[in-house]
Design a protein around this ligand. Sequence first.
Ligand code: FAD
Ligand code: FES
Length: 273
Amino acid sequence: MKNPYNPIGAKIVKIEKISSINKLFTIKIKDEKTRNAFKFRHGQFFILSVPGFGEAPFGFCSSPAIKETFQVSVDKRGSLTSKLFELKVGTDVGIRGPYGNGFNRKKIKSRDLVLVAGGCGLSPLRTIIQDANLNPKNFQNIQVFYGCRNSKLLAFKSDYKKWSKNIEMNLTVDTPDKAWKNSVGVVTNLLTSETIKSDSVAILVGPPVMYKFVIQKLVELGLSNEDIYISLERRMHCGIGVCQHCALVGGKYICTDGPLFSYAEIKDTPEGI
Ligand SMILES: Cc1cc2nc3c(=O)[nH]c(=O)nc-3n(C[C@H](O)[C@H](O)[C@H](O)COP(=O)(O)OP(=O)(O)OC[C@H]3O[C@@H](n4cnc5c(N)ncnc54)[C@H](O)[C@@H]3O)c2cc1C
Ligand code: FES
């Protein structure tokens, strides 16, 4: 019987520094047949392992339309991510997945999208943004609202000009420096009846503190609970609904039923958000 915890052999083929605390790793599955069969959807995640150091879940952050490699953006937090920051191009790693439900494909392509990101939350949304830049005809109107504590922490800064050709980029920081020319304050301030259409679909990825206020604002602006999606993050171990680490009250698992939930699904779940 196939062991679901056996990682697929892969290699780091590129490493880029994205912000003061974040690096972007480009990963290639070594075996050609396995690589060609490996497919993921927007918003899914995988488990990355470094032999001898352990494993952790990460969201895909490149377009699923790019087949040969995929990318993951990693924030340095603790033991595994610190080890990842020391690795060099050419190092072998392991991957398991793809896991999770991912974003609703039909809604993503057929509806206007409001993508709200805080901090490192921009990276799973980059799968959509990059895809919309590669295939603009497959998408409707996309608005990105992205907030960080300061401009040094903004991820993928060098891409904004390119993205802005097909996507509306709205940026804000809590603490501006002298060169900052965009908005100042929390991301919620950017969401108004002038900027947001009430029949849009919203996807929120960021710290839990952001969710409460952004959801409240979007509901006030007329978006339905079924059209507001939140990506939930918890400590995970198995990624396949076995270990109970990510179980929510009510019997849902973030790793298999999520990580993406509509507000309608999650609003009455204790400690869901
Ligand atoms: C579905 C999913 C997708 C994710 N996608 C990404 C991604 O794209 N990029 C990224 O950088 N990180 C992502 N994470 C978080 C990532 O898994 C953790 O940062 C990683 O496990 C930390 O491992 P570590 O060994 O470096 O830290 P540890 O040594 O295990 O912990 C260091 C500190 O970070 C805290 N911490 C660890 N994991 C989490 C967590 N999941 N939530 C909150 N606090 C945590 C610990 O409590 C501790 O304070 C994702 C998590 C999930 C569940
Ligand atoms: S991570 Fe084990 S049940 Fe979800």
